[in-house]
Design a protein around this ligand. Structure first.
Ligand code: ADP
Ligand code: MG
Length: 277
């Protein structure tokens, strides 16, 4: 009781004493990347227009309009980046604005279907392969550097712009991961971002390649958690101990809510949400 009250005073809400006691048995912790191990504060580093008919400012305005109503950390970077360039968000009606978890966002503007998001999204739409070779090369260059690269398409025009955003690790993340390593707790990172961006953050935290899982859709993050719960060591099997492992998932709820909700079905998983102030 005293521990729960002390935690509450520090802004940590713990659901009952049994949850607190179970923490002593934790064998594996999975962290979300963006907004959890990383600050989740992206900066717009570059924006390139590849439209034949629209100006760079016009395409950037469309991009900011699409992201204005989205809540992903990448969205904020784009809206602020456009404002820094004094690009006004166009006063156009935006219809059927829909988040595409782990991929981006879509909406209809002036009867055009507009998409914003990562390479996975545009590969799925069959638009990525149609990009000019030099644009693919530049985007690969930025991706390899560990930045997050995205694109915007407008209706039949196809991809008309590409952007580069980057994030930093949280100041306290290294200390936390090192402490978990000393306690012999398996630590993994799950992310919907691409491999180089995942490695950039994971590498700074001393995580090994096998402990970093990238390019995951929300449903894949959930599957990873369920696998971790069911992963039992040989020694455990031989001694006929509990068949499930105690796994913690730490996430910010942006595109990892599906993994966190799956956790609810499985009594061996504990969920930690940190909520942005
Ligand atoms: P993480 O698992 O690292 O928290 P997410 O699953 O939230 O990342 O997102 C995965 C990727 O999907 C992002 O890196 C980004 O490229 C893309 N994405 C998601 N939402 C948006 C959005 N609103 N605008 C642009 N890109 C997005
Ligand atoms: Mg996230």
């Amino acid at each position: 009781m005293a521990a729960l009250a002390a935690a509450a005073q520090r802004g940590v809400l713990i659901k009952g004493g049994s949850a607190l006691e179970s923490l002593a048995k934790v064998q594996s912790i999975a962290f979300d990347k963006t907004g959890t191990l990383s600050q989740g504060v992206f900066e717009l580093l570059h924006f390139y227009s590849i439209s034949q008919t629209r100006s760079r400012r016009e395409v950037l305005g469309y991009l900011a309009l699409m992201e204005k109503s989205a809540s992903h950390p990448v969205s904020d970077a784009i809206v602020i980046g456009a404002a820094n360039e004094q690009v006004d968000i166009p006063n156009l009606a935006i219809v059927n604005h829909t988040l595409l978890p782990g991929e981006g966002v879509t909406a209809s503007i002036e009867s055009n279907e507009v998409f914003v998001g990562n390479k996975r999204l545009f590969q799925r739409l069959g638009l990525f392969e149609r990009l000019p070779h030099d644009v693919i090369k530049t985007s690969e260059h930025w991706t390899k550097s560990g930045a997050t690269v995205g694109f915007i398409s407008i209706g039949e025009e196809g991809i008309v712009g590409t952007y580069v955003v980057a994030d930093k690790i949280r100041d306290e993340a290294l200390e936390v991961v090192e402490a978990l390593r000393r306690m012999n707790i398996e630590t993994t990172m799950l992310t919907g971002d691409q491999w180089p961006a995942a490695m950039k953050i994971g590498g700074q935290l001393g995580l090994q390649e096998k402990d970093i899982k990238s390019d995951l859709l929300p449903k894949d993050k959930r599957a990873e958690i369920i696998d971790k719960v069911n992963e039992v060591s040989l020694e455990t099997k031989q001694r006929c101990w509990s068949k499930k492992r105690t796994v913690v998932m730490v996430g910010d709820g942006v595109n990892d809510a599906f993994a966190l909700s799956a956790a609810g079905m499985c009594s061996k998983v504990f969920i930690f949400y940190h909520i942005h102030p």
